[in-house]
Design a protein around this ligand. Sequence first.
Ligand code: MRU
Length: 349
Amino acid sequence: MARTVDWDGSDGGAVTAIDQRALPGEYRILRLATVDAVIAAIADLTIRGAPALGAAGALGVALAARRHPGDPGRVRAEAERVAAVRPTAVNLRRGVERALARLDDGADAVVAEACALLDEDEDTNRRLGRRAADLLTELCPGRPLRVLTHCNSGALATVAWGTGLGAVRELAGRGLVEEVLACETRPLLQGARLTVWELREMGVAHRLCVDSAGASAIARGLVDAVVVGADRVAANGDAANKIGTYALACAAAQSGVPVVVVAPDTTVDHATAAGADIVIEERAPDEVRAFAGVPTAPPDTPVYNPAFDVTPAALLAAVVTESATFRGGAWTGSPADALANAGSAWGSR
Ligand code: MRU
């Protein structure tokens, strides 16, 4: 599989992306040659998942720098447009800000910084996957695990490898996965379309369930651990992830099943004190009023369509990053990341 998002330096530069709207029916790579095309791809979830959004954000700035050399004001304006497309996943703005920080050094430096972010992604994900797998085997010792996951936190949600699903991939490599139960993830079916596609590619045993079956699967003892990614983790360990994660965590708490959030340091926002401070993206009503283009509700039905919810840290066994762990009400691990995050201006936006 190609990188989920990448830089193509030919013909003045472009962003390439696996078209996640087309999966699982078709695997195709798009070439996005304008900032507007990158913005549209982020908005319609051609590119989605927090770390992949971070990469797309950095690449969007690289594209802007290439298109408007000598006009830093225009590049900054374009960068802000990219950063504003989706508000919840902190990685998007972080990716934008990281590339933009090199603007004074010229377009080549901006492109190089964006490419460096991409190059780091797989290694970061492999490291956090190993740490999460170690913790999961500690929490659920002595047997291959039955894991429930929600949305898609795999390679498609990152540049490569994945976070939550990367931990599952690591566990599977150790022979420690019995089955993954994947929630379909209405309304846009990231679980059914993308996670199941990835699990098939990995050769990991899995079943798909409707979202409303997740809680009862946990209650019936079919799940050893819930493993998910995150779009933003607050300083107090509260975690925003795909809508429906909170309900699964409530069910898991009721049954004593551990919920582990797996995310890179760049998803932890120490400038956001608590989950209540996280802006939750609301998406278009038609995503709920229709299914695959077929109306499923009367036209103009008022809709509540939050893309994410917040799971309080109290319901989580742990948040695991590549360098830190939030467990039992406190962070342990690399203080460098906590300090860097706390000192950043954009973290509180
Ligand atoms: O709306 P999406 O598909 O971008 O939502 C993605 C999720 O909620 C993922 O679980 C999250 O970004 C973690 S991915 C490593």
